[in-house]
Design a protein around this ligand. Structure first.
Ligand code: DMJ
Length: 635
């Protein structure tokens, strides 16, 4: 408009054209329309980024390309002012401010509000992929173009293994072989029915013979396919493995736009893909794992670098679970990323993944632990505990598992992880391990100093974990921890043995005269969980006491009797009746974990040897880094 103002001493050019007032007005209207069109075109034409750079503030465009380095160097120590502008947005339903205590100091409340406020710049990045695809939000995309071509030396890695992955198969007794073959048949049955009725869905509903999608995986499909891959491979179900691989190649779509659990996607999908790549060397599994890993990175864009629990895989927006106390992150969720993320860095040559999880450790080491214990809820904004609830079962469990396994996976070099594990176990033993009147050892839960004498099925993995750690605990502690592991495993076995179905309840208690049995109706169900047979497998490998194989076989028989239905396996609603009703769900972890651990229980020790592999919390084997088998950089 300034251009059209009449200059002193000169006739304005509309006037010079001899136009009247209404015409002038129309002319001006036309001109401004034209101008708008021209500017619009600059932004909308396909290759408009050059023009955008001219008009948008420099930071808005530059930050995408620099995001990798920004995020790679990110740590809890990063200034919170930078992070505040980069923070992903929380949808109102679960945003921190809604959970913030009214008593929170004003500055903190403001910070929380800022954390939850939409950040338009970050949103631009999310939507701004030049190829029309959504780009990860801030701090996610690795700056590949500036790096030398990278290739992981798979052959070198294979040479570093001490045992063939599927074992040498020396002579074995026919009964063990027959039992193993029975478990293989169960796996084939579970897979065949999933394939027939639910291929491409996340899980099979074996009673209604259809698929289940659920809302944990953010629009990703095929959870059962990805979870089953390595089990099919290890069991030498070749045809079935090829079916699963084909689905991953042709139908596994990562360009989804839904709300996913960071933890579940990591342990099932990333873990499953990584393991299958290491077992087979097939590139498709590696590239899918890396692509998916990158999509998880925006969840770490918080003031502390502690990731939020939920992430939209399309937009990169992340937030805390609505049910998690005061917008907190969950110990077992952000503490169960370490193994997979180190391997993502190993395979990509991009340190960003490792840096993210090392930073989690830094935050945890900094915060004070009540009585040496790790509570289950931590604020990703302040890095402080939100509630003093401690559990080695749900919400806490696999955090402890990943400490000892991080040390093992580093070929026993990660002494920091070992120390954290040792200290945590010592505190757990001191405050939570109890003996019942009937002599059963169990691990109670802790609520701000008050004990809840209950053990969840999930906590039963701890027998195996403690045995695994005992192996490396120094002579004087070793026997002590092996005994503790055996006692806990035995208690978990009791929870099975004392039921009518010989399957264990979701939680069992030690109070009011009850021992190792569920007391509440809501805790009587069994959903094909693996933790008890997982401990049997470790105890067998580490002691070779035949009772563990015997106990495992009892589980096989119970599964066949109560969970096998016409079209797959189903969980049951009550373990304390011989005629239980079914929950119509074949969980993907039944194929990933329960059947794999049962199979390994009846294998020789060199099948997925513990010398070479650590199992992630979904039983996906990840290799021990024996020779620091670094990826090679091709010149
Ligand atoms: C699995 O997804 C994993 O084992 C996880 O650590 C806990 N829950 C299920 C199985 O029960």
């Amino acid at each position: 408009m300034v251009l059209l103002r009449k200059l002193p001493g000169m006739p304005g050019w509309p006037t010079a054209l001899g136009l009247r007032l209404p015409q002038k007005f129309l002319f001006l209207l036309f001109l401004s329309g034209l101008l708008t069109l021209c500017f619009g075109a600059l932004f909308l034409l396909p290759d408009s980024s050059r023009f955008k750079r001219l008009f948008l503030p420099r930071r808005a465009t530059a930050s995408t390309s620099s995001s990798s380095s920004a995020s790679s160097s990110s740590s809890a120590a990063s200034s919170s002012s930078t992070r505040d502008t980069d923070l992903p947005r929380s949808p109102p339903a679960a945003a921190e401010p809604r959970h913030a205590s009214p008593a929170a100091p004003r500055r903190l409340r403001e910070k929380l509000r800022a954390a939850a406020r939409p950040a338009p710049r970050a949103r631009q990045q999310v939507q701004g992929g030049g190829d029309g695809r959504a780009e990860p939000a801030t701090g996610a995309a690795p700056a590949r173009d500036t790096r030398a071509p990278f290739r992981f030396d798979y052959e070198r890695f294979r040479r570093s293994l001490r045992h063939p992955v599927r074992g040498r198969r020396p002579g074995e007794d026919p009964e063990t072989r027959a039992r193993r073959m029975k478990i293989k048949e169960m796996m084939k049955f579970a897979w065949d029915n999933y394939k027939l009725y639910a291929l491409g869905k996340n899980e099979l509903r074996p009673l209604t013979k259809n698929g289940h999608i659920g809302n944990m995986f953010g629009g990703l499909r095929g959870a059962t396919v990805v979870d089953a891959l390595d089990t099919l491979y290890i069991m030498e179900l070749e045809e079935e493995f090829q079916e699963a691989k084909k689905w991953v190649e042709k139908s596994f779509d990562l360009n989804v736009n839904g709300e996913a659990s960071l933890f579940e996607v990591n342990i099932r999908y990333v873990g499953g893909l990584l393991a299958t790549y290491y077992l087979t060397g097939e590139e498709v599994f590696k590239s899918k794992a890396l692509e998916l890993g990158e999509k998880l990175l925006p969840a770490f864009n918080t003031p502390t670098g502690i990731p939020r629990g939920v992430i939209n895989l399309g937009s990169g927006m992340s937030w805390s679970w609505g049910w998690a106390s005061a917008g907190s992150s969950i110990l077992a969720e952000f503490g169960t990323l370490h193994l997979e993320f180190l391997h993502l860095s190993e395979l990509s040559g991009n340190p960003v993944f490792a840096e993210k999880v090392m930073n989690i450790r830094k935050v945890l080491n900094r915060v004070e632990k009540p009585q040496g214990l790790y509570p289950n809820f931590l604020s990703p904004v302040t890095g402080n505990w939100v509630q003093h609830h401690v559990s080695i079962g749900g919400l806490g469990d696999s955090f402890y598992e990943y400490l000892i396994k991080s040390w093992l996976m580093s070929d026993k070099k990660d002494s920091e992880a070992k120390k954290m594990y040792d200290d945590a176990l010592e505190a757990i033993e001191k405050h939570l391990v109890k003996k019942s009147a009937g002599g059963l050892t169990y691990i109670a839960e802790w609520r701000g100093g008050v004990l809840d004498h209950k053990m969840g099925h999930l906590a039963c993995f701890s027998g195996g974990m403690i045995a695994l750690g005992a192996e490396h605990a120094g002579e004087e502690r070793k026997q002590h921890y092996m005994d503790l592991a055996a006692e806990i495993t035995s208690t978990c076995h009791e929870s099975y043995a004392r039921s009518d179905t010989k399957l264990g309840p979701e939680a069992f208690r030690f109070d009011a005269g009850t021992e190792a049995m569920a007391t509440r109706l809501s805790e009587r169900y069994y959903i094909l969980r693996p933790e008890v047979v997982e401990s049997y497998m470790y105890m067998w490998r580490l002691t070779h006491d035949p009772k563990y194989r015997q106990w495992g076989w009892e589980v096989v028989k119970a599964l066949e009797k109560h969970c096998r239905v016409e079209a797959g396996f189903s969980g049951i609603r009550d373990v304390y009746t011989t005629t239980p009703t079914h929950d119509n769900m074949q969980q993907s972890f039944f194929l990933a974990e329960t059947l794999k651990y049962l199979y390994l229980l009846f294998c020789e020790d060199d099948v997925l040897s513990l010398d070479d592999w650590v199992f992630n919390t979904e039983a996906h084997p990840l290799p021990v880094n024996h020779t620091n088998f670094k990826a090679s950089v091709q010149q």
